[in-house]
Design a protein around this ligand. Structure first.
Ligand SMILES: [Zn+2]
Length: 184
């Protein structure tokens, strides 16, 4: 895959939906409609179900619908892959120590974009911009194994209060079903 950020001026790609300047206007307009029917739910910041969800940022994964969650139920921590990185541990630490969550559910999914990348991605970026990112790509070949590794990172974190209630799943983007991963 190309990592180039530059597109020829006037090219079809440069005018595609990914460069549409009106998309944010559309979101802001939708918010105005949302707010017009919104009433203060009077909620505390502490998640009602005392659970944190760590999931991939994939656009096909609607966590609230897929897990039957409502406003205020959970913390949602998302990144590329749903990988447990240092920054996810930072959020989980705050979630547990300051805001009372006790369980963690990890959700990767089928057909994830990270399966088609390798750590070469960082080197390609370095070649292009002259600086190597400090972060790992966290690409993976085996989604089940990556869920296991993420569970292990939560379980072994010295910063978390609750590491016993951690379960990991793979969401099938074609059926909507979760498949649990055995941590062993
Ligand atoms: Zn993904």
């Amino acid at each position: 895959m190309s990592t180039s950020a530059s597109l020829p001026e006037g090219s079809a790609a440069a005018q595609g939906p990914d460069t549409d300047p009106t998309v944010i206007d559309r979101l802001v307009k939708a918010n105005q409609e949302y707010a017009s029917g919104f009433s203060d739910p009077g909620m505390d910041a502490r998640p009602v179900l005392k659970v944190a969800v760590v999931a991939c940022m994939d656009a096909r994964l609607d966590l609230h619908d897929a897990l039957g969650l409502s406003l205020g139920d959970c913390h949602t921590i998302r990144n590329a892959g749903g990988v447990v990185t240092d920054d996810v541990i930072r959020s989980l630490t705050i979630s547990q120590r300051a805001l009372g969550t006790r369980s963690v559910i990890l959700i990767h999914h089928t057909n994830c974009g990270l399966e088609s990348l390798t750590e070469d991605f960082r080197h390609e970026i370095e070649d292009e911009v002259g600086q190597r990112p400090s972060w790992a790509v966290e690409a993976f070949r085996d989604v089940d194994q990556d869920v296991r590794q993420s569970m292990q990172r939560v379980r072994t974190s010295p910063f978390l209060l609750h590491t016993g209630s951690v379960r990991g799943f793979v969401f099938d983007v074609t059926t909507g079903l979760l498949r649990e991963i055995d941590p062993a």
